[in-house]
Design a protein around this ligand. Structure first.
Ligand code: SF4
Length: 386
């Protein structure tokens, strides 16, 4: 398979995200443990011998789900419920739901009531993400997940299997960082929408398979490596929970906006830090989690948002930010004034673009993005010396 075929295969997982997991299950008589991003420690699931599978859904209506939960719950939760009620997730053996916001907390109960035969687990994440108490709480939560998986699967999760899983995931993160760096430097002609599909594919197939495909993809892309002509484009950062709908992402390239970075549950945020392989594996997982990029819905007593935004803006030479909350995401909407203010201090314009999985009409989104791109280009021209 040449690298173009590998790329096509990885990009295809955007519209067909579960075939690989189904195939893995029937070939291995294995156990598939789904999860609803973000920050579920997939390494613990991998170390149990099960396949971790991130479920986010595809772009379509959620009428069945809306007969069980209100329609004003974000589509990150409505979509998986819709798929499960349609029996499209009949191959999964369990679901891990992280406690991120009030919606996820209520959703866990609805899920458990509808699918009582699955391994259902709510992962309580510390809301105050600093200090020893957060560390101890997260450690005990990761241990609780480990123990419950051991009972469910009837086998021990050893330190050795955890270390192996961490090694596989760290390798994946290193490869993804190489892909990210090549794009950011403008060295490879890979549209952002395709890049994000490649990243997301890592969460829907065995990580070892993704590592193999990604290494070969990188080899092929390196052959194509050359400075890409992008003088007219403006460099933007997408800040949101999920990069959905996919049809909106394709607009950025079309409109001359070079998305060089993002902050999505299933995007760049997932691979910026490795787990330290020199320490106790569970402690390594906890430390990585607590040092990850900030998320809306959590409380940071340090200056984490400011430092994070400053680093991303400088590192990516960002000229504008598109704030990309999913519709009905209260935590992101509450955080918007804070983030807009911080970016304002850095002189970075922000566009608020609320989206939903179900794209509907793209016309209005296109018009707003066009206007934002135009404004960024004018700002850029004004800053150039005569
Ligand atoms: S934080 Fe926002 S996007 Fe994430 S689950 Fe809650 S409402 Fe949905």
């Amino acid at each position: 398979m040449d690298f173009q075929q590998i790329l096509a295969e990885l990009v295809a997982t955007q519209t067909d995200p579960h075939t690989r997991a189904r195939q893995w299950k029937s070939a291995n008589q294995g156990t598939v443990i789904a999860h609803l991003l973000p920050d579920v420690p997939e390494e613990i699931i991998h170390a149990s011998g099960a396949l971790p599978l991130a479920v986010t859904g595809v772009d379509r209506g959620t009428s069945l789900a809306e007969s069980h939960i209100p329609s004003f719950i974000c589509s990150l939760l409505r979509n998986p419920l819709e798929m499960a009620l349609r029996r499209e997730l009949d191959f999964i053996d369990g679901m891990v739901i992280p406690y991120v916001c009030d919606s996820t907390r209520a959703f866990s109960q609805v899920w458990e009531a509808n699918f009582p035969d699955l391994f259902n687990h709510t992962l309580w994440l510390p809301k105050k993400v600093s200090g020893d108490s957060a560390k101890q709480f997260l450690f005990s939560e990761f241990m609780r997940l480990k123990k419950r998986l051991e009972v469910f699967l009837g086998r021990e999760i050893t330190d050795q299997s955890l270390r192996h899983a961490i090694g596989v995931y760290n390798q994946n993160r290193r490869l993804l960082r190489r892909l990210f760096a090549l794009r950011k430097k403008g060295r490879i002609p890979l549209p952002y929408a395709d890049y994000l599909s490649v990243v997301k594919a890592s969460m829907t197939m065995p990580r070892e398979d993704h590592n193999t495909l990604l290494a070969r993809l990188l080899e092929g892309l390196k052959e194509e490596c050359r400075p890409c002509e992008k003088e007219e484009s403006v460099r933007v950062f997408l800040l949101g929970s999920l990069g959905e709908p996919h049809s909106v992402l394709t607009l950025f390239d079309e409109l001359g906006m070079d998305v060089v970075d993002d902050h999505f549950y299933d995007g760049t945020r997932c691979f910026l830090q490795d787990v330290d392989e020199a320490v106790d594996p569970m402690e390594g997982l906890v430390s990585r989690q607590l040092s990850k990029a900030p998320l809306s819905g959590f409380h940071y007593q340090d200056d984490r948002w400011r430092q994070y935004l400053l680093d991303r803006v400088r590192d990516g030479q960002i000229e504008g930010v598109v704030y990309f909350p999913l519709m009905y995401c209260d935590p992101m909407e509450f955080d918007y004034p804070l983030i807009k203010g911080l970016l304002g201090e850095m002189g970075i314009p922000v566009l608020f673009l609320e989206t939903d999985f179900h794209s509907g009409s793209l016309g209005q989104v296109r018009t707003r993005l066009e206007a934002f791109a135009e404004m960024l280009r004018e700002k850029k021209d004004e800053s150039l010396p005569c």
